[in-house]
Design a binder for this molecule. Structure first.
Ligand code: XIL
Length: 463
């Protein structure tokens, strides 16, 4: 990988040289307002994503962990999303760890939370090769026994939540990358028709839930998504209850498939809904502003594609905060894949989602920090200058100010700041003890400089 480095301009530290002050000539002052960059950070006044999505007729969901649904996590999960997917709580290994002994606690909790917050629930998942109980995977079963086990499992779980779930990811990840069926307990034991059977059993247990087949790497048009397409087409032709396809969308930064919308559209044209079910967009750590901007563009591309197709039901993110994402555990060196950082601060991706859903970005706070440059005293070869940084309706935790001298002035000494001068360019940063400028407060630093001919006041910017 190629890394680029900014060529550094030569700077030199200032040598102190106090000059005799012979005059105190007022030389003027200039104030420069520098609005604080507010970026794309969302503010409390913005409409929640769930309201924006609802206005577009879309669902916006998140995977959740039941034990975390309090405090800030609960506030965001309940306030920003109109659908929840249990991240693990409804998987077979969770609900029936020992044969015949069930643990519905977390699943029930998530369903209750969703009902209390007027949210849908997306059930995930009934038939998968992963996260099954060991009694099941380690057992030896005849075809008839395996079929009965699967039917019982589906019937028990779907019946428990009958009428309470909007949709079920009935079958998860049935395909290989080349479009052949994945070799699993189910495919190997029951043949490809386990998919049709599972859908049929689920429909019998809850006729109102929308039934999906869900997979990854089926976001663009490719061999795997085409196999899914052909399966759905044949299931529809046979009258098997299939309502939709789930595109998991565990994506890599900068790699949203260009055929995403076309792919969603071709499934819609088959007469099924499409849901983006597990969206996250991972990047190599550490994150930086360039990667976060790319991630925002990627999130927007995915939401835009869903908004553009009527039968795209909605988008669920696989965890809304980087503190509750599976990515770092599974993809070594990758992370920062969700719209909120690990401290629940919205990332640029959050603003991009809001924008895609028709939201407006709240303007930055009207407050500002301003810089004032003034010449305090001036003599025949030198002068003493002062810079004041004052904040009102805004605040700084560190600061740096820059200006360019127009008449050959040269700084010789500074106090209460660290200043460097390279040619005409001067840059002064806070000292260790005065970086903080509170709302309504100010910080001042001073310097001595030489001049000859004239000493015009420069324009100072807060950087
Ligand atoms: C993941 C969970 O997020 C993790 O907590 C768990 O350890 C492994 O499974 N595709 C799916 C999801 O369908 O169920 C997976 O969830 C992520 C990949």
């Amino acid at each position: 990988m190629r890394t680029s480095r900014t060529r550094s301009t030569r700077t030199r530290p200032l040598r102190g040289s106090l000059r005799r002050r012979v005059a105190a000539l007022f030389a003027g002052a200039v104030t420069v307002a520098a609005l604080l960059a507010a970026g794309t950070t969302a503010h409390a006044a913005d409409a929640p994503l769930r309201d924006l999505a609802a206005a577009k007729g879309k669902v916006i969901g998140t995977a959740v962990t039941g034990s975390k649904l309090t405090g800030t996590y609960g506030t965001i999960a309940g306030g920003q999303f109109n659908s929840l997917t249990p991240g693990n709580a409804m998987k077979w290994g969770t609900v029936e760890p020992t044969r015949g002994s069930f643990n519905w606690a977390e699943a029930d909790q998530i369903v209750a939370f969703a009902q209390a917050h007027n949210q849908q629930v997306r059930g995930h998942t009934l038939v998968w090769h992963s996260q099954n109980p060991s009694w099941l995977t380690n057992g030896t079963w005849t075809t008839a026994e395996l079929s009965a086990l699967l039917q019982d499992h589906i019937t028990t779980e779907v019946t428990r939540y009958k009428g309470k779930l909007a949709a079920w990811d009935v079958v998860n990840e049935p395909f290989n990358e080349d479009g052949t069926y994945r070799s699993t307990l189910w495919y190997n034991g029951l043949g490809a028709d386990y998919i049709a059977q599972a859908l049929t059993w689920a429909h019998a247990a809850d006729p109102s839930a929308k039934l999906y087949i869900n997979d990854y790497n089926v976001e663009g048009v490719n061999a795997k998504s085409t196999a899914l397409y052909n399966l759905v087409k044949s299931l529809k032709a046979r009258g098997v209850p299939i309502d939709g396809v789930g595109l998991q969308a565990h994506l890599i930064l900068g790699q949203v498939p260009g055929t995403l919308q076309q792919n969603i559209q071709r499934f819609a044209d088959l007469g099924v809904d499409v849901a983006v079910t597990e969206l996250d967009i991972r990047m190599q750590l550490p994150s930086d502003s360039t990667k976060l901007a790319q991630q925002a563009a990627d999130y927007k591309a995915v939401f835009d594609a869903c908004v553009a197709v009527t039968r795209c039901y909605g988008v669920t993110v696989w965890g809304f905060t980087d503190s509750d994402s599976w990515i770092p555990d599974v993809f070594s060196g990758y992370g920062a894949a969700t719209p909120y950082d690990e401290n629940y601060a919205p990332k640029p991706a959050y603003g991009a989602i809001a924008a895609s859903l028709g939201g407006t970005t709240t303007p930055p706070p009207t407050g500002a920090c301003t810089v004032t440059y003034s010449v305090q005293t001036q003599w025949n070869t030198g002068f003493t200058g002062q810079v004041r940084i004052a904040c009102s309706g805004a605040a700084l935790s560190s600061w740096k100010v820059n200006w360019t001298y127009g008449a050959g002035q040269q700084i010789t000494q500074a106090w209460n700041a660290t200043c460097t001068q390279s040619g005409a360019a001067v840059s002064c940063a806070n000292a260790s003890y005065n970086g903080s400028v509170p709302d309504g407060g100010s910080v001042t630093f001073g310097f001595n400089a030489s001049w000859s001919g004239s000493n015009p006041v420069p324009t100072v910017t807060l950087g």
